[in-house]
Design a binder for this molecule. Structure first.
Ligand code: HGY
Ligand code: MN
Ligand code: MN
Length: 416
């Protein structure tokens, strides 16, 4: 096996240019992206990605969840491949780099290996996981979850968006329903580069996050029912105001998370008010509480407190309440061998680095269940993400991509 020298680097300008090209598909209204999963824009982004992968002499396979695998052959046809990649779908007011950096940096590895005519013993597969964001179809990381055997595929096909459209139907409609059985592809290891989506690396002026763990996530959909009535003529004492009930529960969510400071977090990002009319007391509100912590016992305690406190609030207000778990995963510890490959790569390349627990969920969190997995993070401006103003520097992107390159190629074993 040939050792990787520290001057082996990706083509920074080409990576940055590809990120810029992808950002033109599904533009947002404030400089970011709105390329939600299984929309026509997602289909367009997939087509561009497939074109690039084929230009890089990869063979592109699609599975029954629309996951895309662009395979570069290795010298040993019996060796399991190293997967590298992330996701191309975005939030409705998403940034240009969340998921895209990791997917296109993975492609850049193949492009660079081709430029340098480097062969690896193991094949390398560049992956685009479907529906990482979970914004249109809950839960997040749906397709990597089916791939890892966490979710049943038929259940996944039944996931509905706000307009009642089904995941399985939309996947077919955009023409990205593949033939491969999801999860049939076996892999030796998986590496994912991602922007931090938090403030630590930038604040500490550190180039690389060596991600050792991913915090756990819990999504509970809460439905509060009261009574629609006139906002003008209904006496205050007669109101059964579901909107007010929700407000008190969201205050409780904040208190619950703060009660587990400094690591736990909690909020509701999805809120539907019915009938959402200016002069009608809300009769029904549906909202999703997002709790996260590196400790499973803390997540379970927060879920319990939400249920107990939510019921007490609604009882005192004559409201009804229902809870439904709609997503989640336990805290994740990544593979020590893969984490070491990331750390060694950062050291060999002379980048400052520090260990990190991922605040956000990633496809790597599920793939870690079926193969040794690790993540690399780069800083992002002000730690801001899931916002169109999300921003990173080309230097940060390139440093992350170089570490991804070294960790993945060392694991794939250079032979020439
Ligand atoms: O929700 C998450 O953490 C991820 O961004 N989908
Ligand atoms: Mn992401
Ligand atoms: Mn995201």
């Amino acid at each position: 096996m040939v050792a990787l020298s520290d001057n082996l680097k990706i083509n920074s300008a080409r990576l940055w240019d590809s990120i810029g090209e992808m950002a033109k598909i599904g533009p947002g209204i404030a400089g970011g992206n709105n390329r939600q999963t299984l929309t026509d824009e997602d289909g367009e982004g997939r087509s561009l990605f497939r074109k690039w992968c084929e230009e890089a002499k990869c063979v592109v396979g699609i599975d029954q969840m629309g996951n895309m695998f662009a395979a570069r052959e290795g010298t040993d046809p019996n060796a399991l491949p190293v997967f590298v990649g992330s996701h191309l779908d975005t939030q409705p007011t998403g940034g240009k780099y969340d998921g895209v950096l990791g997917t296109l940096a993975a492609l850049e590895i193949v492009r660079t290996l081709n430029d340098l005519n480097i062969k690896t013993r193991r094949p390398i597969a560049v992956v685009n996981w479907t529906n990482e964001e979970g914004t249109r179809f809950a839960p997040a990381m749906l397709a990597s979850g089916v791939f890892a055997g966490v979710y049943d595929q038929d259940w996944a096909y039944e996931r509905k968006d706000a307009d009642g459209k089904l995941f399985g139907e939309e996947l077919k409609r955009i023409g990205w329903l593949g033939g491969e059985k999801t999860g049939d592809r076996k892999l030796h290891a998986f590496f994912e580069l991602h922007i931090e989506q938090g403030p630590i690396l930038e604040a500490e002026n550190v180039d690389i996050g060596v991600v050792t763990h991913g915090q756990g996530l819990s999504w509970t959909q809460v439905t509060v029912r009261g009574q629609e009535s006139h906002t003008g003529s209904t006496p205050m004492a007669m109101r059964r105001n579901a909107g007010l009930g929700m407000a008190r529960i969201l205050q409780l969510v904040d208190e619950i998370a703060l009660g587990h400071a400094p690591h736990a977090v909690g909020a509701a990002g999805h809120i539907d008010v019915h009938p959402n009319s200016r002069n009608v007391i809300p009769g029904v509100v549906v909202f999703t509480v997002d709790f996260r912590s590196p400790e499973l016992s803390v997540i379970e305690d927060m879920e319990r407190r939400l249920e107990k406190g939510g019921k007490e609030i609604c009882e005192s207000m004559g409201l009804e309440i229902e809870f439904e778990k709609v997503g989640g995963f336990d805290p994740v510890e990544f593979d020590s061998g893969c984490v070491a490959a990331v750390r060694n790569a950062a050291e060999r390349l002379g980048y400052s680095h520090r260990e990190l627990i991922s605040g956000a969920g990633h496809d790597a969190c599920w793939i870690n269940r079926v193969a040794p997995t690790a993540m690399i993070m780069c800083p992002c401006e002000g730690g801001l993400s899931h916002n169109e103003a999300e921003n990173i520097s080309q230097e940060w992107a390139s440093a992350g991509a170089n570490v991804l390159f070294h960790a993945a190629v060392e694991t794939a074993e250079i032979v020439t």
